[in-house]
Design a protein around this ligand. Sequence first.
Ligand SMILES: Cc1cc2nc3c(=O)[nH]c(=O)nc-3n(C[C@H](O)[C@H](O)[C@H](O)COP(=O)(O)O)c2cc1C
Length: 453
Amino acid sequence: MVTKKKQILLNAFNMNCVGHINHGLWTHPRDQSDRYKTLGYWTSLAATLERGLFDGIFLADILGVYDVYQGSVDLTLRESIQLPVNDPLLLVPAMAAVTQHLGFGVTVNAGADAPYVFARRMSTLDHLTSGRIGWNIVTGYLDSAARGLGLDMQLEHDTRYDRADEYLEVLYKLWEGSWEDGAVLVDRERRIYADPAKVHAIDHEGKFYRARGYHLAEPSIQRTPVLYQAGTSGRGRQFAARHAECIFIAAADKSAARAAVLSLREAVVAAGRRPDDVKIFLGITVITDRSAAAAQEKYAEYLRYSNPEAGLAHFSASTGIDFSRYDLDEPIVYGTSNASQSATQTAQQRGWTRRQLLHELAIGGRYPVIVGDAATVADELAAWVAEGEVDGFNLTRTVAPEGFEDFIDIVVPALQDRGLYKTSYAEGSLRRKIFDENDRLPERHSGASYRYR
Ligand SMILES: Cc1cc2nc3c(=O)[nH]c(=O)nc-3n(C[C@H](O)[C@H](O)[C@H](O)COP(=O)(O)O)c2cc1C
């Protein structure tokens, strides 16, 4: 019997804005990311990704502005470093209308909206997408976001995760517990849409949240959306172990990826789950063409439009360190960050100076870059899976949509030839497609304990 090779999971990593990760590329003559305000841009991208059998589109988001670098928002505005940025959730119905299988992993800060409100929004999207919605749970890292939301500064790093734990608890009560299976009858003759005996009010009183009432939406296919998480500090890992089904990591090399994956799976097992209950996605940038030389040429061309200083300004916001205060070769004091500790890790370990950061952040952001023809890229992705033990990739946006089209036309067939990538979609919800199991959270997930018994 031939055993099937592990299939690479693939998301297009994007954001509802002009400059995402590869800063400056919006100035490239072929780039279309300034069309982000139009539905046509997103529906066309969704159709393209489904042609390439992508598992999902993963949309980042941020609620604040990047004002740490030079203590100002000026460069952020000039270079459009994730500003302006539109709401990612509102793109989903349009993209769902032109696709049948593409999943949606959408970043929303846990706590920006009351859980009661957010629960309904996600249930609505799960209904409208026929069970294709996922949520990337983030806890934020910007004081500018906290100020916009009415606070003086953000909560302390670990407290943000404590609050998010409770946020999830309220959501599970609403999504999993409020409506029993079989509550919705739609019985015209007896005039019973929903059976009152099977719909229950939740009653939550905690440290951060108070919520009493019924979930407003009837149960959707997945109930709880597929839960993504990104953030691998000690506290972040603990949070992921309890809630996450998909984890998005950054790693500079394969051994760092492997170490992160193993420690995440260990934490997942300690939380009473199976190691394979989480799928781990590595952020990666691919620049490809029909020949190795053409790919290198394209890379050089992209570099001419990239802006490393904009990358550094983004990284300043991620780490909370104003790198403009340092000379090019001066050692940087990284310390313990109250922003994103995951972002700080590699730079801190390698002792990167401002000059090195400018080099590293020119293209690819915090993620590895692969440049080459089909065979080179496919082999390198396969090596990340074999040696780094990741399950798949969040493929960053380069020149848009050219970068995704290149990947689909050039790399996907090479991955398929190697038996590493599907040749058709599986049926069913996003959760069923990813885990080949159920539409709903498995019983061993902490969220399942909130089901009505
Ligand atoms: C790969 C990666 C992607 C992330 N994407 C986002 C994002 O789109 N929006 C956001 O607000 N935070 C994002 N974050 C931040 C984390 O979700 C988390 O809130 C932050 O890193 C602090 O947690 P940590 O110290 O555990 O890393 C991301 C973090 C990582 C590592």
